[in-house]
Structure formats: structure tokens, C-alpha cells
Design a protein around this ligand. Structure first.
Ligand SMILES: Nc1nc2c(ncn2[C@@H]2O[C@H](COP(=O)(O)OP(=O)(O)OP(=O)(O)O)[C@@H](O)[C@H]2O)c(=O)[nH]1
Ligand SMILES: [Mg+2]
Length: 288
């Protein structure tokens, strides 16, 4: 039984005993097969052993494509500048909520303290949303309208913060001129990482098009990482790994709910699990 929905093919095999099923897994998937889970399945007449297996090189390949570089330690640059992580993406993808999670959650960056900076000054309510989170959690917060304000905002944040999370406006394809303005502003901020936030329910082929819109161009820097949001909205998280692999960008985090700051997790373990590689990928799948 091959799961055609996943980019890393996990195979479920059943047999009378484990050694018999493991032999079959090897003959189906090759000698380096990885047995992910084993369980006993009862039927009317007795019980059988069922294993979930995948070729280990496929798992390694997926991991290699999604794994980000570790964050530098210390986060702050040698010249005193805080490390800077910006979030970009389509309207409503979850940028502001994710920025709040990153900045508010204790221990998100080890002992380093995070501050918030927004350049979403175009939309009514854009900055108020983030300002509220910042105030509630006592996180330093700056608003930048213009490139001339960047140095001052950065200097103020650098007094207490080792990392700055930058929120940006949603970009719809129809507002190219506006997008050009905030992208210029973001270029002037020169973030160390730019995470493209995309909802997990987005079709992989559409995600590739959206990814192109946020790629580096002649005039602007582009996204460096993918951040898949709203995993909780996709039943069984099906197809989410396809989405991530289709963009071929390292994925440091995913989000799986509206709760600030709880619903943010490391990306790679979750995405690999999502393609059937761990026990809880499938609610029906309970280890023996
Ligand atoms: N279910 C779910 N909802 C989320 C998640 N992240 C954000 N949301 C919700 O998605 C909606 C939009 O979130 P925002 O953070 O405002 O999205 P945005 O990308 O900043 O939107 P714009 O600034 O308008 O482009 C809000 O209702 C959030 O609570 C998530 O991981 N899961
Ligand atoms: Mg926003």
C-alpha cells in the first residue's frame, strides 16, 4: 500500500510475524529501508504484524532539502547589530501572528531577547495588531514608515534585543507599486533571514508561483526560508510536505494554531512526520 499523497513514500506492510514483514519491506524498498513503526493488528481470526516503512535515503533527501542552517550563536552580530528575521507573504497568511509568537515566546531564541519592528503602515490596523501583542508581553516594538527611520529604530531595539522580528504588509499581485515600496524598505533593513509565510492549505503548484513572486529580483532581495502556517487547518496535514518540498527552501518553523505564543514549532521534524514518517502522522496509526 503506497501512499501516493506523500513525496517520501511510506509503505504499510502486513504479515504473520515481524521478520517476515521486514524481509518484504527490504525486498520492496531496498536494503536501507527504515522501519518507522510496528504494530499488531487484530482481525476476526487472530492478529498480524503491520509495519510502516520508507527508504531511508528518501527521508535523508527530504531532510537535507528542508533543514535550515542552525541560528548563529551568539545571535547578535559582532558589530552589535541584532540578528534580523523578516516575515513576508500573501495577505492573511499569518505573518503578524507568527511575528508575535516568535517575539513573545520565552526561550524561542535561547536566552536571546527578541524585539518587534513593523513596516506594515499601509493598512488600517496593521500595526495596532502587533503593538497589542508587544504591549501585553512587554516586548520592545518599533514602527518604520520610511528608510530614514531604520537606523534609529534598530539602535533603540539593539539596547535590549539580540534579535529583531520584522512584520511586513500582505502583498496581493494587484498592488505591485505598494509591494515595490515595502520591498525597498525591507531591502534597506537588510534582514539576515526572510521567511515566506504560506498557509499549509495552499496547493503545491500555486505555492511555486507565489514563491516566484517573492524570489530575489534585479531590484530586490528575496525570501530565504519557507514558513508553513495553519497546519491545523489541513486535515491530517496531508500534502503539506509536498508543499514544502515544492518550494525547496529551508524551513525553520511551522505554525499550527491561532494561540500566541504557543502554536509555533520547529519545521523539519513536523514536516517529516507529516509525510507519514512518525506515529502521529495518521490518527488511525497507533503503535502496538
Ligand atoms: N488556524 C490558524 N490560524 C492562524 C494561524 N496563524 C495565523 N492565523 C490566523 O490567520 C488570520 C490572519 O493572521 P495574520 O497574522 O493577521 O495574517 P497576516 O499575514 O499578518 O495578514 P496581513 O497583514 O493582512 O497580510 C488571523 O485570524 C490569525 O489568527 C495558524 O497557524 N493557524
Ligand atoms: Mg499582518
Amino acid at each position: 500500500m503506497i501512499d501516493h499523497g506523500a513525496p517520501v513514500r511510506a509503505v504499510r506492510l502486513r504479515g504473520a510475524d515481524l521478520s517476515h514483514v521486514a524481509d518484504r519491506a527490504r525486498s520492496t524498498l531496498g536494503d536501507d529501508v527504515m522501519i518507522l513503526h510496528t504494530r499488531v493488528v487484530r482481525n476476526g481470526t487472530g492478529s498480524m504484524v503491520e509495519v510502516l516503512a520508507a527508504p531511508s535515503d528518501a527521508i535523508d533527501r527530504a531532510r537535507a532539502r528542508l533543514q535550515p542552517e542552525p541560528l548563529p550563536t551568539p545571535l547578535r552580530h559582532a558589530n552589535g547589530r541584532p540578528y534580523c528575521i523578516a516575515l513576508v507573504g500573501p495577505t492573511g497568511a499569518g505573518k503578524t501572528t507568527t511575528a508575535a509568537k516568535l517575539a513573545v515566546r520565552r526561550g524561542m531564541f535561547g536566552g536571546a531577547r527578541a524585539g518587534l519592528l513593523t513596516i506594515d503602515t499601509y493598512r488600517v490596523g496593521g500595526m495596532e495588531q502587533l503593538a497589542t501583542y508587544a504591549e501585553l508581553a512587554d516586548v520592545p516594538f518599533e514602527v518604520v514608515y520610511d528608510a530614514r527611520e531604520i537606523d534609529g529604530a534598530r539602535r533603540r531595539l539593539a539596547q535590549t534585543c539580540d534579535v529583531i522580528i520584522v512584520d511586513t504588509p500582505g502583498r496581493s499581485p494587484a498592488s505591485a507599486e505598494l509591494a515595490d515600496r515595502w520591498r525597498s524598505l525591507l531591502d534597506a533593513i537588510a534582514p539576515d533571514e526572510v521567511h515566506l509565510v504560506l498557509p499549509a492549505s495552499l496547493r503545491a503548484d500555486l505555492a511555486v508561483d507565489v514563491g516566484r513572486a517573492y524570489a530575489a529580483s534585479r531590484t530586490h532581495g528575496g525570501a530565504t526560508h519557507l514558513l508553513v502556517s495553519k497546519l491545523d487547518e489541513v486535515p491530517r496535514e496531508r500534502g503539506v510536505t509536498d508543499l514544502a518540498l515544492s518550494l525547496d527552501m529551508p524551513t525553520r518553523w511551522i505554525t499550527d494554531g491561532q494561540d500566541v505564543p504557543a502554536d509555533i514549532k520547529p519545521g523539519v521534524p513536523r514536516l517529516l512526520r507529516t509525510c507519514g514518517l512518525a506515529a502521529d502522522a495518521d490518527p488511525d496509526w497507533m503503535p502496538a
